[in-house]
Design a protein around this ligand. Structure first.
Ligand code: ASP
Ligand code: MG
Length: 319
């Protein structure tokens, strides 16, 4: 059902510019975000990764595990999806170079209710990483090192800014705690993610999501078919989820089974399934870390919309 946004949700463009000039947060956030981008890139290149350019439109994209409004482009009678995440392209890219990353713009037309989470933009960037023939533990270990490297650099170079916005920020210690979703639900009930985040002062990993709670491409655990070999990173102090990732399904039959299980419809994945059927896909693992959420956490801000210029928050219509 189409719903028209209320007129009050249209943000005046001059007011937008005025807020950029009067609220110093935008200025400081740009500096910190620039450091996050630079430090992450430096870290990954040092570890032997190759940067690839992002895919903006494609015949295939991430189905996502939650409902968003659809974004498609008609091109000479064919249909392009606007990228919701580059996951399916990452699986193909590691056939060319086995350690890749990309700063990938994702369009997810979230429902307006998502505004209050403080963590959603409908147009955001994630640092996407994928490695061939790796297990999820190695990805989690890599991301712990990346987060520590970035936060250390930010604190060394911009302690004055951090002191102003998020004085309690500290360099996390390795290894981050891991807790299964099952265990977290037993301990905290349905609000487990929120409560875990609020009650923690260190980032932590949620692992082993139940099979129907995540997308078809996260690998089913061969030892326990109810759960997936995947993970989310939860920032402390109530800042919530910041990374999703896992090992991937790469065998054709299994992919088809998983798509059907999710009720996703095979038609939307025709090009991807052809590649899988020919046996090209290989085992891989990877993840995506949201750049605006990482910036929000480091600065301790109430909403990700303050972390970039021209940010599009759910339910708002703006320049
Ligand atoms: N699926 C993740 C996402 O939310 C990324 C990943 O698994 O690599 O975009
Ligand atoms: Mg996620």
């Amino acid at each position: 059902m189409k719903k028209i946004l209320e007129m009050s949700k249209k943000v005046d463009s001059v007011e937008v510019v005025k807020s950029y000039l009067s609220d110093k947060t935008y200025y400081d956030a740009l500096i910190i975000q620039s450091e996050i981008l630079g430090s992450s890139r430096e870290f990954l290149v040092e570890r032997g990764f190759v940067e690839m350019l992002p895919v903006i439109i494609s015949t295939i994209t991430d189905p996502l595990n939650h409902d968003v409004l659809d974004a498609q482009i008609d091109y000479y009678g064919y249909k392009y999806y606007v990228t919701k995440s580059m996951i399916l392209q990452k699986q193909v890219s590691v056939l060319v170079h086995d350690k890749i990353f990309s700063f990938s713009p994702n369009l997810r037309l979230e429902k307006e209710e998502k505004y209050d989470s403080g963590r959603h933009l409908i147009d955001f960037v994630q640092l996407d990483i994928e490695i061939k023939n790796k297990k999820r533990e190695e990805i989690m270990d890599l991301m712990e090192d990346l987060i520590i490297y970035v936060i250390r650099n930010v604190l060394e170079k911009y302690s004055d800014i951090i002191e102003k916005y998020h004085p309690s920020l500290k360099i996390p210690s390795k290894p981050f705690k891991k807790i299964s979703v099952k265990k977290a639900k037993e301990l905290y009930g349905d609000e487990y993610e929120k409560l875990l985040s609020e009650q923690s002062d260190q980032p932590l990993w949620l692992i082993d999501f139940p099979i129907l709670e995540r997308e078809f491409y996260d690998k089913q655990d061969p030892k326990n078919s109810d759960i997936l070999l995947d993970f989310d990173l939860i920032y402390p102090e109530g800042f919530g989820e910041g990374i999703s990732g896992g090992e991937r399904e790469h065998e054709y039959e299994q992919i088809v089974k998983r798509i059907k299980l999710k009720g996703n419809g095979l038609e939307s994945y025709e090009d991807y399934l052809k590649i899988a059927k020919e046996g090209y896909l290989e085992q891989s693992a990877g993840c995506g870390i949201g750049i605006e959420r990482f910036t929000r956490f480091i600065l301790g801000l109430d909403h990700v919309e303050k972390t970039r210029l021209f940010g599009k928050a759910p339910g708002k219509f703006t320049i």
